[in-house]
Design a protein around this ligand. Sequence first.
Ligand code: ADP
Length: 474
Amino acid sequence: MKKRTLILKFILAYFIFFTFGFILVTIFVPNQTRDYLIRKKAEILYSEATLIANTYASGLYTSEASLETVALQLNALSVYMESEIRIINPSGRLVLDSSRAIPVDETVTISGFDPAITSGTYYVTGDFFGSLKSEMLTVLAPIITDYKIKGYVAIHTSMQEIEETCNMLLNISYISMGILYLLSLIILIFFVELVYIPLRKITYAAEQYADGNYHYEFQVDSQDEMGYLAATVNYMSDTIAGAEDDQKKFIANVSHDFRSPLTSIRGYLEAMIDGTIPPEMHEKYLNVVLNETERLTKLTNGLLTLNNLNTKGMRLEWSDFDINKVIRDTAASFEGTCRKKSMAIELNLVGDELLVHADLGRIQQVLYNLTDNAIKFSHHDSVIKIETNIKKNKLFVSVKDTGIGIPKEDLKQIWTRFYKSDSSRGKDKKGTGLGLSIVKEIIAAHDQNINVISTPGVGSEFIFSLALTDTDEI
Ligand code: ADP
């Protein structure tokens, strides 16, 4: 029921439109048309009546014309005008009537005659004080001589012609209205086809997605907003389905990465307790256990960092700092590790001091992760190069090694959480696969880019950009 309300509303709107249209055409339009036609006809008749009053009829009162002459003229005029013309005294006595001759000895009076009947409109419809057999349109014009009203010229005309014209015009408007309704039905059909049916499909699909059925597929072929909406909903479901798969993979990875150090810790501890590992060997194995716990700590820290980075609206603590100092400090912190592998870090930096605008702590982490990887995946006695370059008002920092390199098929994936290439698994047991995803997120949060160029067996170079401090502003 809920789903059908839209179409019901549309049909209701259609019926309201139909009803109001019907009332308009059957009541308002006929009245207006009839009034208009009567007024127009009355205007013409009134000017005729005034003309008669000022010419023939006033001649009668100034004795310039005889009753017979005027009667003849009025008869001719009434035939021509298809109307009845009368001359009436102010008292209501008929002086002349074009429809019949009034005998000299007979006095015909219109009882109740009141010339004020037309006041305001100068015309009246009806039987004119009961003096007409049928309903007629009457106009009344005064005959004035010597500034006195001597009588009135009344012209009565049949309403039939007006009614006929009115009916003809109304028929046209009824037919137009009918055609309009039929045409508006087309709108209803279009609405159902273009809006209602696609909308129902989209709603049904949305319900399916809400129920967790993200693989439900539907088709809306139109190229308009509905098609766009359907494509967007489809895309959204794919993204959600993808995110769900990612989540599952993520949890599987986390569990796996937590389980292996825990299993080995448990194994060593049990072996120590039950005596499989003799007490004199305890120190050696406790160190192994320590290493494993270190790995767990690293994993947990990595996850927490990623989680913080992922939080929407992550706030960076922007500041202007000397990137050269940060690079030197990072390199120094790896001195011990490098010595163990007889490796060296070579720095090739622009200027003595170079200010960049970024989050110091986060950029330190980026440099740390990249240098850590470079050392991890390099051979003994090799050199790591950290260089800076300025191009197009941006600083590019490169961390380059001559280590194992990354196979082409792995290049896209190294940024994904928990990804470790097969070749690196053996070499780096402590790796979490989170380092580069953290790096990527940090650089993206700075609105900058990071790229990698790598050839297996030759080495890798990671290059990221940073915004230089706008020295004009300092
Ligand atoms: P981790 O180093 O903890 O395994 P990272 O996300 O930092 O995780 O790196 C992901 C993978 O990318 C590594 O396991 C390795 O296979 C590859 N990788 C990263 N840096 C290098 C590098 N400098 N040389 C070769 N392989 C690298």
